[in-house]
Design a protein around this ligand. Structure first.
Ligand code: CMC
Length: 435
């Protein structure tokens, strides 16, 4: 951290407090307020962490105004074009891209951990078949700590490493099992001569009675979805994982807490909502109805939002959305669906919105979810599984961030304070006198 001078706070009766200002390598400077409470007796108030850097991190950088996303300094566009998902996993975990030998060894180790304990497979039988797959995911991933307790010493770097491999390798198996369980098909064991994404597609869509044929275009599309969702700095689920981990909780429990947070519709559930919006609009008349729909979106009384548009951090085109649009075109072409009405509708909607003053003045651009639902639907992934795929992709980001936190000497248990505005101290009245 660069020392960038001091910020001075005036408070009370002419008192002042000087606080250090630090700069990172890029991005806004921060004011170090750690001494604030001790020196002034005051807290800061920042619900939603709009102005709070909760940690220092070297993993992911977003410039929301410029529409830039970097993993370990590399632009997402280059990673999505030149690397596969496991290369990106290696990068996020280790800070550098692997050379050929490192990549081979990393891929081999992941492949050796793809199976789950046979008794864990039996755990699924305890869930109702109509459970939401994310409910199953939260339970089963949390249960991993009951099966792999030989690697739960978080102070031991080799335990952390083996847990990381187990999570990255087993998540596709668990996601596919959650899907197969929901449709009543037999679980497919992983096949380790396939690459990571092909293996996942086979476990999702293969059946024991037939050979599964891997389609490289579809596999590449899935791999790209995983890359684009692998990390996104201190978002809600990542902050949840860090907070859970700050108490010393084991990595499987921490990742389960991240999955639980991701399940929320304001976080991982938005691609489902964007796809549903397009399907509804299609039913109501499609491209013909775009202008009317946009009018409704602009009317604050309608309660209608353009799902897949806008972002808390990006005030420019989300770089992931551009890549997802490109992938969408490739997948639809491969499947002979170049006239897919939903894709046409999405493009028409995007065009109208990008030219409209309402969206321009508020800097509302398509986000990653605008096209990812169409791609996943074309791959045959049912809507109920969208957030599971997201959690599979984000697991590596969560682990990298968790590991960074554990290794950070400045790490403390996460314990925010509050502005209490409830009742002041009072006595418990006898029951007979209570209103
Ligand atoms: N449709 C219509 N109006 C919108 C939209 C939208 N999608 N998004 C924001 N606005 C308006 C909002 O009403 C407000 O207008 P005004 O200034 O007149 O009150 C203005 O734009 C600023 O919006 P905000 O709610 O203050 O922005 P925010 O940063 O708090 O919210 C958001 C960001 C993502 C929650 C919001 O844009 C939204 O709800 N978008 C639709 C849902 C969606 O696509 N979510 C996925 C996000 S990407 C997932 C990821 O990165 O993991």
């Amino acid at each position: 951290m660069d020392n960038k001078g001091k910020a001075v706070l005036s408070y009370g009766d002419g008192k002042t407090l000087e606080m250090p200002v630090y700069g990172g390598t890029i991005g806004p400077d921060v004011i170090d307020i750690r001494a604030l409470y001790g020196k002034t007796g005051m807290f800061t108030y920042d619900p939603g962490f709009l102005s709070t850097a909760s940690c220092a991190s070297k993993i992911t950088y977003i410039d929301g105004d410029a529409g830039v996303l970097l993993y370990r300094g590399y632009p997402i566009e280059q990673l999505a074009t030149h690397c596969d998902f496991l290369e990106v996993c290696y990068l996020l975990l280790n800070g550098e891209l692997p050379n050929a030998e490192q990549k081979k060894s990393f891929d081999w180790t992941v492949a050796r951990h793809t199976m789950v304990h046979e008794q864990l497979a039996r755990l699924f039988q305890g869930f109702r078949r109509d459970s939401h797959p994310m409910a199953v995911m939260v339970g089963v991933v949390g249960a991993l700590s009951a099966f792999y307790h030989d690697s739960l010493d978080i102070a031991n770097p080799s335990h952390r490493e083996i847990s990381a491999f187990r999570l990255i390798a087993k998540l596709p198996t668990i996601v596919a099992m959650a899907y197969k369980y929901s449709i009543g098909q037999p679980f497919m064991y992983p096949k380790n001569n396939l690459d990571y994404s092909s293996n996942f597609m086979r476990m999702m869509f293969g059946v024991p009675a037939e050979e599964y044929e891997v389609n490289p275009v579809l596999v590449r599309a899935l791999d790209r979805i995983l890359i684009l969702h692998a990390d996104h700095e201190q978002n809600a689920s990542t902050s949840t994982v860090r907070l859970a981990g700050s108490s010393g909780a084991n990595p499987f429990a921490c990742i389960a807490s991240g999955i639980a947070c991701l399940w929320g519709p304001a976080h991982g559930g938005a691609n489902e909502a964007a796809l549903q919006m397009l399907l509804d609009l299609q039913k109501e008349g499609g491209v013909e109805k775009v202008s009317e729909f946009v009018k409704k979106v602009k009317d604050k009384n309608s309660g209608v939002k353009l799902m897949g548009f806008g972002h808390r951090v990006y005030k420019n085109y989300d770089p992931r959305a551009k890549l997802m649009q490109e992938t969408c075109r490739e997948v639809l072409d491969e499947l002979g669906l170049h006239n897919d009405p939903l894709f046409k509708l999405a493009m028409a909607l995007e065009k109208v919105a990008l030219e409209d003053e309402y969206f321009v003045s508020r800097k509302l651009y398509p986000n990653v979810d605008f096209y990812s639902g169409i791609v996943q639907r074309a791959l045959g992934i049912p809507v109920s599984m969208f957030t599971c795929i997201f959690s599979l992709a984000r697991t590596v980001g969560w682990i990298a961030q968790w590991n960074e936190m554990i290794s950070d000497p400045e790490q403390k248990i996460g314990r925010p304070r509050q502005l209490y505005n409830g009742a002041v101290k009072r006595d418990v009245p006898p029951m007979a006198t209570r209103g």
